[in-house]
Design a protein around this ligand. Sequence first.
Ligand code: SAM
Length: 229
Amino acid sequence: TEAPPSQTPPPLTAEALAERKMRFLYAVRSKGVIDARVLAAMEHVDRGRFVRGLFAERAYEDMPLPIACGQTISQPSVVGLMTQAAEVGPRDKVLEVGTGSGYQAAILACLARRVYTVDRHRRLVREAEAVFADLGLANITAMTGDGSFGLPEQAPFDRIMVTAAAEDPPGPLLAQLKIGGIMIVPVGQSDTVQSLIRVRRLETGFDYEELRPVRFVPLIEGLGQDDAG
Ligand code: SAM
């Protein structure tokens, strides 16, 4: 009998891999990611480690891709633009809501002092943790839970990155942002084009700036975690 087709494509030759990575960085730069620290992080963190199965060979294309639990790993140029807009510094404590594959958290971990990342799906958190350990990224703490409530026990944060679309920037996250801090959040209905918003917390309140149109899966607010996933 014939063997079933494998879920994992054969590994690329070193030459083919280097070529794909070069085109990957070119695509990210051509979409406006110009910050040298962000580009260095994107060169350092191999996106191929965060995509499994049938889609693994497309990891170096500038596209969102499906991951487990019906979720997605974001488009690399959007990851780069969001990271650039967050102006992350080496002393920053960062919260990411929506671990997904862990790719965005790994990029943040190259730029910040400490990264906390939360996802509703236990399976995604476990898989991301395994990749962080493999890559030696020791400054990331990944947790299962409803990230729309933030992480009060670790607050306040210098930077907050939300990687799922909210109808409004969640109140608990605004409250957990330091004065002088920045939050990046896609805002809008999940089935439409959303706006990427940069929120700056000032002494006197919040400043909201619309950056660009984006499309993200929804932030599921108030339902708690999904243990099954
Ligand atoms: N940042 C991810 C990456 O680099 O692969 C991509 C994130 S994916 C577009 C959105 C993620 O948000 C999904 O994994 C989903 O489970 C998660 N999510 C949605 N609502 C959430 C919530 N209330 N709390 C935590 N995670 C949530």
